[in-house]
Design a protein around this ligand. Structure first.
Ligand SMILES: C[S@@+](CC[C@H](N)C(=O)[O-])C[C@H]1O[C@@H](n2cnc3c(N)ncnc32)[C@H](O)[C@@H]1O
Length: 585
């Protein structure tokens, strides 16, 4: 039946209320006051954003007023969230902190919230009934989650078998189950949740059922495995969670189109550790030049922050894809997984010129003309940017395929934990393809990022700094200012520079090598005007100080970005502050 006008209006009003409830001032003090006051009461909207809708983009979020960079837009607790399979025995299912065998677990909080320390902690606790699939860091967390987990436990026990038999994704069905449990809990008014529930309270699961499913355009092979899994899964559901198979499949499609990865909230890595359904955050559309980003926090919370000043009426967007990917690949991936054709400012042909990075990320150099800066790009119709030569799409593809295969061989060595052979293979790849690919080609940028990791593993920090600089130069062209990943990369660069500075002082590395490899090429990514000729390799103290100055500058740069991307009180900001004051003293 076609949806009536008033029903649509009601849904929009409910979502608008959800967005408003998720909005807060971004001031930690206010949040703490509300929390400390025991209020689970919802903070009212500051009128910062509103829900809009259009035919081309569906529902989306717009700024109601001018917003500064570094503003909290939403702070939402997932309607439901789960850990990825390989993280299940590594993290607490309730607060997401890493499991430890120590007797004192700190619940680090990565999102401008209070830092809570559990009072009664024990060594990691396993649910005895669902065979190594549910772990907690403390009795507090275990008892807080017990009312919820008791409902799902029996199905969880059988879930690995059910999903494996159908070739379906375990995390997808575990999340689906978690949503059904939340839905049941919300249906049952007498249900009493455990203590220490997160703040704000989880978004009502009903909102999940109103998200887009894109069922008609889902990949048929994926859909077939989900359908097969749903049939078996339905048989395992207790009566209180029962749902028709077709609705289980529709819910799986909604999860597939709208779930968000949860990044390690302890801030130790940038790895995805879980995934969840955040219906307010899911109202944000995608742009390859996003003006907002997410910060994952403990207890399945997500914070959305502005990365730059936003005008009143401007749409708030995040990125659904890796921004280092060439335009056509990004568009293909978005079409396949999110079911739309990206026409954002970065993808728009009118905005792509010789000097923009989207002409360069998959460009091959022109073999016909002598100019070193001439190239063919798919986004510029494969025509040489200097001479008239044109290559075909097939020729471009053939070159790219060969380069990709050489790059992937090197990456396989890295994955197999052979950093020395990987670095050698990457060096050969770079030498071979330097005359073929554009210097900003995404394979070169990825290669240098992995080479930096290999060099760190081999304790060759001078080379690691050089590789890191290549990545930072490139990244600055394709990510927005204050992009969290860029800030984190600057942090790693600072750490490596600091080690090199110390190694110079301790006479562990040759001064000349450092002058030639680091100080001579520092000026393009730093504000310090350094010049190799300014440094006498014989003057060890001066060289060490110059490298440590670069480290300090890198920490400061990282800190400025992190203040915007994560917020002042975030543990990552506190970390950079600490490094800066330590280096200054
Ligand atoms: C997480 S939802 C965002 C909210 C969604 N627009 C809605 O109406 O519910 C993701 C979906 O929004 C749509 N979408 C997101 N970004 C878009 C964009 N830049 N252009 C067109 N559609 C977009 C796609 O249908 C995508 O699968």
């Amino acid at each position: 039946m076609a949806q009536g006008r008033s029903e649509k209006g009601e849904k929009a009003a409910r979502y608008q209320a959800l967005l408003e409830q998720g909005v807060n001032t971004g001031e930690t003090k206010r949040e703490e006051e509300t929390e400390a006051g025991g209020g689970r009461g919802q903070q009212r909207s500051q009128g910062k954003v509103r829900l809009a809708a259009s035919k081309a983009k569906g529902r989306h979020v717009k700024a109601n007023c001018a917003l500064p960079a570094g503003e909290n837009i939403f702070r939402e607790t997932a309607a439901a969230f789960v850990l990825l399979k390989h993280e299940m025995d590594e993290r607490c299912l309730f607060c997401l902190s890493e499991l430890s065998d120590s007797d004192n677990n700190n619940h680090k909080d990565n999102g401008q919230t209070t830092t809570t320390t559990t009072t009664t902690t024990t060594k990691k606790i396993k649910c005895p009934d669902c065979i190594k699939q549910t772990w907690y860091c403390s009795t507090d967390c275990a008892s807080a989650d017990a009312p919820r987990h008791q409902i799902e436990c029996r199905v969880v026990r059988d879930l690995p078998g059910i999903t494996a038999a159908a070739g379906a994704d375990y995390a997808l069905f575990r999340l689906l189950l978690a949503i059904l449990v939340r839905e049941y809990q919300n249906r049952d008014d007498s249900f009493v949740s455990g203590s220490a529930q997160p703040f704000p309270p989880p978004t009502h699961p009903d909102f999940v059922f109103e998200l887009l499913s894109h069922r008609k355009t889902a990949d048929p092979k994926w859909l077939a495995s989900v359908q097969a899994c749903a049939e078996d899964f339905a048989n395992h559901l207790p009566a209180e969670l029962a749902l028709p198979i077709s609705e289980i499949v529709a819910l799986a499609c909604r999860i597939n189109s709208n779930s968000h990865g949860i990044i390690d909230p302890t801030g130790n890595t940038n790895q995805s550790v879980g995934c969840g359904m955040f219906p307010a955050v899911a109202m944000l559309n995608h742009s390859c030049d996003p003006n907002c980003s997410f910060v994952s926090s403990t207890h399945g919370r997500m914070i959305v922050r502005t990365l730059r000043p936003i005008d009143a009426g401007e749409e708030l967007c995040v990125s659904y894809v890796d921004l280092c990917t060439p335009r056509d690949e990004r568009r293909g991936k978005l079409l396949e997984t999110k079911h739309f054709w990206c026409t954002c400012s970065r993808c728009s042909p009118a905005n792509i010129t010789i000097s923009t990075v989207d002409a360069q990320l998959d460009a091959v150099l022109c073999a016909a003309c002598k100019s070193p800066s001439a190239f063919h790009s798919p986004t510029l119709e494969y025509k040489c940017t200097i001479c008239d030569a044109q290559i075909s799409e097939q020729e471009h593809q053939a070159i790219t395929n060969l380069a990709e295969s050489a790059h992937n061989d090197a990456y396989d060595l890295f994955k197999a934990r052979h950093p020395d052979s990987a670095i050698l293979a990457y060096e050969q790849f770079v030498t071979k393809y330097k005359p073929v690919l554009h210097p900003r080609h995404h394979l070169f940028i990825n290669a240098h990022a992995t080479m930096a990791s290999c060099a760190v593993r081999l304790s060759d920090f001078v080379s690691a700094v050089g590789y890191g600089k290549y990545v930072l130069d490139g990244m600055a062209d394709y990510v927005p200012a204050n992009w969290p990943e860029l800030a984190d990369f600057w942090f790693r660069q600072a750490e490596m520079l600091e080690i090199v500075g110390g190694a110079v002082r301790e006479r562990v590395v040759e001064t000349r090598v450092v002058v030639e490899n680091i100080l001579s090429s520092a000026s393009s990514t730093t504000t310090t005007t350094t010049n190799a000729n300014d440094f006498d390799p014989g003057n060890r103290d001066a060289v060490s100080k110059a490298v440590l100055d670069l480290a300090l500058e890198a920490y400061e740069k990282c800190h400025r970005m992190r203040v915007v991307a994560y917020g002042n009180n975030d543990s990552k900001c506190l970390e950079t502050q600490l490094q800066i004051s330590r280096l200054k003293n």
